[in-house]
Design a protein around this ligand. Structure first.
Ligand SMILES: CC(C)(COP(=O)(O)OP(=O)(O)OC[C@H]1O[C@@H](n2cnc3c(N)ncnc32)[C@H](O)[C@@H]1OP(=O)(O)O)[C@@H](O)C(=O)NCCC(=O)NCCS
Length: 215
């Protein structure tokens, strides 16, 4: 499979948003908001256009990954600039063939060249541990609410990049999607069936609650 990777361009936006919708639809909740998130993310000051990549197969966009600027508010009073990864999507028919992995590798290399120290995300450790992410807790890093969360994972872009950077992780407010605006945006796409209470949705709910307050 000959996958091409490149930066997303304005002409790709709608196709990317549609693929994001296809990938996330009913995955974590009935429907999804990630295509709306992709749509608004590009206009955010936190957005990193250099790290907004698409994967193409025979000219068709089959994958996308986006990144934003985030920060660790260090316990020592310093602030550490890091990246937030997400959303990341691969068209369902092309999943589990290494495309997600290739997109992560590709943007990781660029992020390293740009001098970033680390990438963080909220996601399923079953997948991201295969991509080298480890629990943020292992760096002493907690959520903005000061919780150790299993879903919060980090990846150092060079050895020791997060040494001494224990603290709270803050991602951009834009990830707190306005549900009504998202629902209105979704109406510009063909209707899709909403399904609730799938095994994957239940598993996600279980992972999200795996949090405990830092002492
Ligand atoms: C998550 C996603 C981007 C991964 O992309 P992908 O191209 O399917 O992943 P890859 O093929 O690169 O996966 C690499 C490895 O992880 C495994 N894997 C893929 N998805 C997995 C999952 N959900 N849980 C556990 N392992 C998974 C693959 O089997 C593969 O392992 P292998 O090489 O040993 O077989 C894609 O499945 C997707 O779009 N999912 C829906 C949207 C989503 O959940 N995004 C992430 C939100 S945090």
């Amino acid at each position: 499979m000959d996958i091409q990777l490149r930066r997303e361009q304005p002409a790709d936006y709608r196709e990317t948003e549609n693929l994001t919708r296809e990938a996330f639809w009913n995955q974590y909740a009935p429907g999804c908001d990630e295509h709306y998130l992709a749509h608004i993310l590009r206009g955010s000051p936190a957005f990193m256009p250099e790290l907004d990549a698409v994967a193409l197969l025979d000219g068709k966009i089959v994958g996308n990954v986006m990144h934003t600027r985030a920060r660790i508010q260090g316990d020592d009073g310093s602030e550490y600039g890091v990246l937030a990864l997400g959303p990341i999507s691969v068209l369902p028919a092309y999943q589990r063939r290494g495309i997600g992995c290739q997109m992560i590798e590709y943007t990781r290399k660029l992020a390293r060249e740009m001098g970033f120290r680390a990438i963080f995300l909220y996601g399923d450790p079953a997948y991201y541990s295969r991509q080298g992410f480890v629990a943020a807790e292992s760096f002493g890093i907690r959520t903005a609410e000061n919780m150790y969360a299993v879903a919060l994972q980090g990846y150092e872009l060079y050895p020791g990049a997060l040494a001494g950077a224990s603290g709270r992780y803050y991602e951009d407010e834009i990830y707190n999607v306005d549900k009504r605006a998202s629902a209105a945006f979704d109406k510009s796409f063909p209707p899709k069936e909403l399904i609730s209470d799938t095994p994957n949705q239940r598993r996600f709910k279980e992972i999200v609650v795996l949090q405990r307050p830092a002492e």
